[in-house]
Design a protein around this ligand. Structure first.
Ligand SMILES: O=C(O)c1ccccc1NCC(=O)[C@H](O)[C@H](O)COP(=O)(O)O
Length: 217
């Protein structure tokens, strides 16, 4: 590792148990994502958020993931988890991103669904507003849960992005993350399904394998 080659940031998303949170910390992941969206199998309630938030404090960056949440819901989540960042994973406009950032005084990751080149171009609307863009597979029309589907998109659509503040997501796992990083040059990766033994159930060994696959590059 040299100063010219900063380490790839790794975010493990959808953690919901002490055991797998500790696995992510122990494996050396940089960010832990916690999902606050009741339709998701990874949703955690506020009591769990308090417990996991205390465990994670100062050991891994905590990311609170919401979908088109209002200010009062966000406030409850912030009070319970004490996140380091917010991840807005719905249809939040640039104005809504700016308002949430200002109100809670936290950096914001804005998720952008990608299925075609136009989706990447449209993400420009968030430049200078969101702190980080997370490119994820676009959810299927009518999908009840807009993320964590384990589906990849065409990584070549991201070619030419020069900004350093973005993350690659969607269908990553220990077996394909090296190729994804090679093809996109992403400075950061995010995974959920690829470190699960069944939908919504994280697996400590798979978390370790994923982080190792990134760190061994
Ligand atoms: O993970 C969820 O259940 C979820 C629910 C609602 C909105 C977003 C959600 N996940 C967002 C993430 O950041 C996932 O890590 C990302 O979509 C990648 O998921 P996967 O393809 O399963 O690795």
């Amino acid at each position: 590792m040299t100063p010219d080659m900063p380490e790839t940031i790794v975010k493990i998303c959808g953690l919901s148990s002490p055991e797998t949170l500790l696995a992510a910390i122990g494996a050396g992941a940089d960010m832990a994502g916690f999902v606050f969206f009741e339709k998701s199998p990874r949703h955690i309630d506020l009591e769990t958020a308090r417990t996991l938030g205390l465990m994670a404090q100062g050991r891994i960056a905590k990311v609170a993931l919401t979908v088109d949440a209002g200010d009062s819901a966000l406030q409850e989540i912030v009070d319970a988890l004490a996140p380091d960042m917010l991840q807005l994973h719905g249809k939040e406009s640039p104005a809504r991103v700016a308002a949430a950032k200002a109100r809670f005084g936290l950096p914001v990751i804005k998720a952008v669904g990608v299925a075609a080149a136009g989706d990447v171009a449209a993400a420009q609307a968030y430049q200078g507003v969101a702190d980080v863009l997370l490119f994820d597979a676009k959810p299927a029309p009518g999908a009840a849960v807009p993320g964590g589907a384990g589906v990849a998109f065409d990584w070549d659509l991201l070619r030419g992005i020069s900004d350093k503040k973005w993350m690659l997501s969607g269908g990553l796992d220990a077996g394909n993350v090296a190729e994804a990083l090679r093809r996109t040059g992403a400075p950061a990766v995010d995974v959920s399904s690829g470190v699960e033994r069944e939908r919504g159930v994280k697996d400590s060994a798979l978390i370790e394998k994923f982080v190792s696959a990134v760190r061994s590059l």
